[in-house]
Design a protein around this ligand. Structure first.
Ligand SMILES: Nc1ncnc2c1ncn2[C@@H]1O[C@H](COP(=O)(O)OP(=O)(O)O)[C@@H](O)[C@H]1O
Ligand SMILES: [Mg+2]
Length: 319
């Protein structure tokens, strides 16, 4: 009856058999045909999952198989086991038989790795990282207290170990007090919307400056790495990366006229111009409306979601 891809304890095998018997009964009670192609019991990432795979060609009235109300009913009949719908590969019900893995309360920083930005740790304990040369711009979302500031600080410190320069917008002053007057800041930390506007202009000014340096080079460099390779060969100092953190970005955007304002246009300009000059923009906020995300989505290479307000909020960011 089961396809099993690796060793799974007897207890879960028995439980899977009970579930596989009960699911079709509940569907039939509801006047639906129990058209399952197969049941797949699998253990992955520390979880035991049973997949009940629907035989799509035989399913009539597909919508009746996917309602939240049906999933809730199935879950109730299975003594509260969660029942999820998965449509990444055909249509299947996914029923975790083992407890959902718990994320650790405290995740220690894994330590600096030269040339790489460490972004997080997944539930199996593996570090998620990106080489700075591929990092691009980032979107960071999360409710108050979810960990944005701690993350932004870790990113800033990693950038410093790469020799980067900083431009920081910190409206409530709570994220970067320890970096006030730091020698790598191109401008003092911006704590007002007006200062934030000036910060974006400062970053654009830096793009102009760097464009001037790139200009006389043979075959205009496409990236900071390319420029630095050449310049170092000629005995000059490499250009540093520039990390621009815009904390409370949504509030900032609202105060400065919204997604259609000249501020929004200047930020977008910084986004597309900055890439080849080693400028990394980090947009952080509790929430990003569709309009705000719309202005920056094409620019960011990754979105990092801490705990957000709702499923829709996470989806709006592509998380
Ligand atoms: N990586 C982490 N591991 C453990 N605790 C964390 C981590 N990041 C944040 N925290 C805890 O959450 C609290 C709030 O984090 P903070 O970054 O200030 O949130 P936010 O800026 O989203 O409001 C911190 O004081 C800290 O105790
Ligand atoms: Mg914060």
């Amino acid at each position: 009856m089961f396809e099993t891809n690796n060793f799974i304890s007897r207890r879960y095998q028995l439980q899977a058999q009970i579930v596989a018997k009960r699911l079709p009964q509940v569907l039939q009670q509801r006047g639906l045909e129990a058209v399952f192609a197969e049941f797949l019991l699998t253990s992955t990432q520390g979880m035991v999952l049973l997949f009940a795979i629907l035989d799509l060609p035989r399913v009539r009235r597909l919508e009746a198989y996917t309602t939240p109300e049906l999933l809730h009913h199935l879950s109730t009949e299975l003594q509260g086991l969660p029942v999820f719908l998965s449509n990444s590969n055909g249509l299947r019900y996914a029923i975790p038989l083992s407890p959902l893995p718990r994320l650790p309360k405290l995740i220690p920083f894994p330590g600096v790795s030269v040339g790489w930005a460490q972004l997080g740790v997944n539930h199996s304990g593996e570090t998620i990282s990106q080489p700075w040369s591929k990092l691009g711009h980032l979107l960071v979302a999360g409710k108050t207290g979810s960990g944005k500031s701690v993350f932004l600080r870790l990113l800033a410190y990693q950038a410093l170990t790469e020799g980067a320069q900083l431009l920081l917008v910190d409206l409530d002053g709570a994220t970067f007090p320890m970096l006030a007057n730091h020698r790598t800041l191109l401008d003092p930390i911006a704590t007002t919307p007006q200062a934030a506007q000036a910060t974006v202009e400062r970053a654009l000014g830096e793009c102009d400056h760097r464009a001037g340096l790139y200009m006389p080079m043979d075959g205009y460099p496409e990236s900071l790495e390319e420029y630095n390779r050449t310049i170092v060969r000629h005995g000059s100092d490499p250009l540093p990366r520039l990390l621009v953190v815009l904390d409370e970005f949504s509030a900032l955007m609202t105060t400065l006229g919204g997604p259609k304002s000249s501020f929004a246009n200047r930020v977008a300009e910084l986004g597309w111009r900055g890439r080849k000059f080693g400028v990394h923009l980090v947009f952080a906020a509790q929430d990003f409306t569709k309009q705000v995300v719309g202005r920056v989505r094409d620019q960011v290479s990754a979105a990092i979601c801490f705990r957000v307000r709702s499923m829709e909020a996470a989806r709006a960011m592509g998380c």
